[in-house]
Ligand binder design. Structure first.
Ligand code: NCC
Length: 276
C-alpha cells in the first residue's frame, strides 16, 4: 500500500470521515426516554465559524514549554479528558472552548466528572469505542462503557452547558484511512481522543495548530503534563494506534520540522480550505 500524497490524504479525510454529533432526531435517541437530553442546537450553530484553532495534547512534554500565551492566541482551544488549566496556564494556556472526553472517564471517574469544576467550562463532547462499523442501534445496546446515565445526570445538573455525544461512525471511517496508509497491520482499536479531536477541529476551523501530539525536544516518558506518572505507552500507544496516527499527522504537517522540534507544533488546514 503506497502512501497517498498529503493533498490526496486530506481529501480522503474530508470526504470519508463524517464528523457529526448525535441529534435528538437520530434513532434510538428519538425515544421518550431521551427527550430533551441532547442539545437542541447543532455543534456548528453553537461554535459558529472558527478561524485559528489549537489542539492541546495532554503529553508530559508540554511541561516547561511556555506555550500558554501562544495557545490562548487562537480563536478556539480543544483539550482532552481531565487535562487541567489551573496551575498550568504558563504551559498550556487558560482558554477551553471544547473538551473531548472518553466514556471511560465519564463512567469510571463518574463522581469526579459530575463534581469537578474543570468540566464546567466550554463545550463538552463525549465519545465511546464502538464495534467496527457498527450501526448506532447496535452500539447503543452495547457501548464500551455505559456512560448514558451519567451523561443524563450531567445534563440535568448543567442544562445550559452544551454537551454532545460524538457519532461513533467517524472513529472507524478514520481508522480505515489510518490502515490504508500504513504498511503494517493495525490492531482494530479506535483512534485516540487526540486523533479524533484533531479531525473534529479540522471540520470546524480554518486552520488547526496541534501542540505536543508530535513530541518536541521536550519528549519525555512522563505521561501527562499534570501528573508524575511515567509510561512510554502514553506517547507511543498501546490500545490506541497512536504511532500510526502520529505518522499520518506528520505527513500532513504544513508547518516546519523546526516548529515540531521547538514547539511540538504541527499546522493542518481546516477542511473548508482543502480543495479536491
Ligand atoms: O491520556 P489521554 O488519552 O487523556 O491523553 C489525551 C490525548 O493526548 C495525546 N497524548 C497524551 C499523552 C502523551 N504522552 N502523548 C500524547 O500524544 C493522545 O492523543 C491522547 O489521546 C484517550 O485517548 O482518551 C486517553 O485517555 C486516557 C484516560 O482514559 C483519560 O485520561 C481519563 O483518565 C487513557 N489512559 C488510560 O486508560 C490509563 C489513554 O490510554 C488514552
Amino acid at each position: 500500500a503506497a502512501k497517498l500524497s498529503p493533498e490526496k490524504l486530506l481529501c480522503q479525510l474530508r470526504d470519508r470521515v463524517n464528523v457529526t454529533m448525535i441529534r435528538g432526531s437520530d434513532g434510538p435517541f428519538n425515544s421518550s426516554e431521551w427527550q430533551h437530553y441532547l442539545p437542541e442546537k447543532s455543534l456548528n450553530e453553537t461554535v459558529g465559524r472558527l478561524g485559528r484553532c489549537a489542539v492541546v495534547s495532554s503529553a508530559g512534554s508540554l511541561k516547561s514549554s511556555h506555550l500558554g500565551t501562544e495557545i490562548d492566541s487562537h480563536d478556539a482551544v480543544l483539550r482532552f479528558n481531565g487535562a487541567p488549566v489551573k496551575g498550568f496556564q504558563e504551559d498550556v494556556g487558560q482558554k477551553t472552548t471544547i473538551r473531548l472526553v472518553n466514556s471511560q472517564l465519564v463512567t469510571v471517574e463518574e463522581q469526579h466528572f459530575l463534581k469537578d469544576a474543570l468540566y464546567n467550562t466550554g463545550i463538552l463532547i463525549v465519545w465511546d469505542p464502538a464495534p467496527y462499523h457498527a450501526e448506532i442501534h447496535e452500539w447503543y445496546r452495547k457501548p464500551d462503557y455505559k456512560f448514558f446515565e451519567t451523561y443524563k445526570s450531567y445534563r440535568i445538573r448543567h442544562p445550559e452547558q452544551p454537551f454532545y455525544i460524538l457519532n461513533p461512525k467517524m472513529q472507524w471511517q478514520l481508522w480505515d484511512i489510518l490502515q490504508e496508509n500504513s504498511l503494517e497491520h493495525i490492531q482494530p482499536n479506535p483512534p485516540s481522543s487526540g486523533m479524533l479531536g484533531i479531525v473534529l477541529m479540522m471540520t470546524l476551523c480554518d486552520e488547526v495548530d496541534v501542540y505536543e501530539f508530535l513530541p518536541s525536544k521536550r519528549q519525555t516518558d512522563i505521561c501527562h503534563y499534570y501528573q508524575k506518572f511515567h509510561d512510554r505507552a502514553c506517547t507511543m500507544g498501546a490500545y490506541h494506534p497512536l504511532l500510526f496516527e502520529k505518522n499520518l499527522v506528520k505527513h500532513l504537517n504544513q508547518g516546519t520540522d523546526e516548529d515540531i522540534y521547538t514547539h511540538g507544533k504541527v499546522t493542518l488546514p481546516g477542511f473548508r480550505n482543502v480543495h479536491c
